[in-house]
Design a protein around this ligand. Structure first.
Ligand code: BTN
Length: 311
């Protein structure tokens, strides 16, 4: 949605506004105001014309404009009904030099998980990718993945869903009898040079208003846990939390530790080159997992982690 139309919306969100006042404040003609109002109506915003001017009476349930309205984070939302993968679309924006863009989709037809796994992404879920250029050296870029996991956990807190984080990026909920089910996952992709990150795409998938049978094995959904949720609110909360954490990178590690369920647990680690078991004891300043094994402490920067015993 273009900048002026977003401005029209945020002015109307404050209350009924006469057309001439909108025109004055935005420095555009009354005809242009009217065209923007018509375009917004076409996108599902209900705008009535009354004595006080234009009045915003209802907004669409979900979509780019709905998420953008009232969002307290500096991202431009690019909404698509259906894409192969929001990460791929975000990478195209990155290649075009764009930053601070969030690609949001109702459905993905080729959703990707870590280790090239398929990520089931039916209509009704929350599938999004945040494209940013963080002011961090490449070695600290993994902190973005940790920040995304914390942001997801905080976003679902307000729904009464108590989630925890399994290193590095799985958001889990207890499924009864001690087992843990996956509610959300994160796939971070980046490029840069030795000393600077050029862009990072943080892809986040939350199984929201979808049936459990339609997501992967060992997974659950918000619909299953608490019923259908207002995806607009969840996405806004998630983006605001993520932006807040990025603003203060030194707070990310502590925030992650607060919500993690991995530390203190017996784990099996698979790095691609080796597999070992031990007790997860800590994460480093850049988000690597420290595991105490029978032969010493291993520091794991990337890999799969399995919790060996139930909570
Ligand atoms: C994982 O747990 O393996 C990571 C899953 C990441 C899924 C999200 S959904 C939005 C974004 N687009 C993708 O294709 N993948 C990520």
């Amino acid at each position: 949605m273009n900048y002026t139309r977003r401005q029209v919306l945020s002015l109307l969100a404050r209350g009924p506004t006469p057309g001439p006042e909108l025109a004055d404040r935005l420095g555009i003609s009354r005809t242009a105001v009217w065209k923007h109002i018509e375009a917004l109506r076409g996108r599902g915003f209900e705008i009535e014309t009354g004595e006080g001017g234009y009045e915003l009476t209802s907004i669409p349930e979900y979509g780019g404009a709905a998420v953008q309205l009232g969002l307290e984070a500096p991202y431009r939302i690019e909404y698509r009904e259906s894409v192969a993968s929001t990460n791929d679309v975000a990478r195209e924006f990155a290649a075009a030099g764009e930053r601070d863009v969030v690609v949001l989709a109702d459905e993905q037809t080729g959703g990707r998980g870590r280790q090239s796994r398929e990520w089931h992404s039916p209509s009704g879920g929350i599938w999004l990718s945040i494209l940013v250029e963080p002011d961090l050296p490449p070695a600290r870029a993994p902190l973005l993945t940790l920040a995304a996991a914390v942001a997801v956990v905080r976003a679902v807190d307000s729904l009464g869903v108590e989630a925890t984080i399994k290193w590095p990026n799985d958001v889990l909920v207890e499924g009864g009898s001690g087992d843990e089910l996956k509610l959300a996952g994160i796939l971070t992709e980046m490029t840069g040079e030795a000393d600077r990150v050029s862009w990072v795409v943080v892809g986040i998938g939350i199984n929201a208003n979808v049936d459990r049978a339609d997501v992967g094995e060992g997974a659950t959904t918000l619909r299953e846990l608490v019923g259908d949720v207002d995806r607009r609110e969840v996405v806004q909360r998630l983006l605001e939390e993520f932006h807040g954490l990025l603003d203060d990178p030194d707070s990310i590690r502590g925030a992650w530790i607060d919500r993690a369920s991995t530390l203190g647990r017996e784990v099996r680690i698979e790095t691609g080159s080796e597999t070992f078991e031990g007790r997860a004891t800590d994460i480093t300043a850049v988000g690597a997992l420290e595991v105490e094994t029978s032969t010493g402490t291993e520091t794991v920067h990337a890999g799969d982690c399995e919790h060996l015993r139930p909570l």
